[in-house]
Design a protein around this ligand. Structure first.
Ligand SMILES: NC(=O)c1ccc[n+]([C@@H]2O[C@H](COP(=O)([O-])OP(=O)(O)OC[C@H]3O[C@@H](n4cnc5c(N)ncnc54)[C@H](OP(=O)(O)O)[C@@H]3O)[C@@H](O)[C@H]2O)c1
Length: 223
């Protein structure tokens, strides 16, 4: 059976993707700070915080050991800017960017050695924005997209794929903004991820109309 690691899967996109993979015959190891509500013999949960000093060690062997065919980094946070609490922006960079890098660090060497595997990171169309609203989120996603695209080029010749997924608004608790144009359902986001897992592109921006809107916003947002 194919085996996946999904980091950030007690909620939102990560939870829905985990359910879809379990329904279609995958073994899944999930990681998040809270215990999981999932109850399946094909599912194992590791309670871990990606910002903890021992995170890399905690996911080092995914509980039962062995490599994974697929790793999806779906953990993410984002708070609006509060100038009295810039720590929240720093936290977004820690979780969204550093956590993803630590996860890649834990799984990619084994994939390269095996000559196969796929690492998927959930970035965002916000990766091109200069925004006073959520600077930590935008910076974390800019860094994440860049890191994934660069890593992907490095590991492709070893038979390993890396995908940066740039969603617009997805209907989860994270999409709190009252203005969320072209918002898609979690199911639609999972449909996109299933195609990503099948086709292994290096980059996907979805939905297309929101990607075009983000490009226009970038033009206006740059100093
Ligand atoms: N929703 C959107 O509109 C949207 C758009 C573009 C991109 N994205 C990206 O897609 C990803 C998933 O977003 P979502 O909307 O599904 O978010 P969500 O519903 O808020 O879920 C986030 C997941 O991340 C986990 N998580 C958060 N901090 C963590 C930590 N320190 N350590 C381990 N796990 C942690 C949470 O579990 P615990 O609380 O149990 O730890 C939860 O399972 C994020 O990277 C987000 O930036 C979302």
């Amino acid at each position: 059976m194919p085996r996946a690691l999904i980091v950030g899967n007690t909620d939102g996109i990560g939870l829905a993707l985990t359910r879809r993979l379990l329904d279609t015959g995958w073994d899944v190891v999930g990681v998040s700070r809270r215990p999981s509500e999932l109850d399946s013999p094909a599912y194992e949960h590791v309670v871990a915080d990606v910002t903890a000093a021992d995170y890399a060690r905690q996911i080092g062997n995914f509980g039962t050991g062995g490599t994974v065919d697929l790793a999806v980094y779906a953990a993410g946070i984002g708070e609006p800017l509060d100038l009295a609490n810039l720590g929240e922006q720093t936290d977004a960079i820690r979780v969204n960017l550093l956590g993803a890098a630590l996860t890649a660090d834990a799984v990619l060497p084994a994939m390269v050695e095996a000559g196969r595997g796929h690492f998927v990171g959930l970035s965002s169309l916000a990766d091109i924005l200069v925004t006073p609203d959520a600077p930590g989120y935008a910076a974390s996603k800019a860094g994440l997209t860049s890191y994934l695209l660069s890593l992907g080029k490095a590991v492709r010749k070893h038979g390993v794929a890396v995908t940066a997924v740039r969603f617009g608004f997805v209907d989860t608790k994270m999409a709190k903004s009252p203005v969320a144009p072209f918002k898609i359902s979690v199911d639609e986001a999972v449909d996109v991820l299933v195609r990503v897992i099948a086709n292994k592109p290096s980059l996907i921006s979805y939905p297309r109309k929101m990607a075009l809107a983000a490009r226009a916003l970038r033009t206006f947002s740059r100093p």
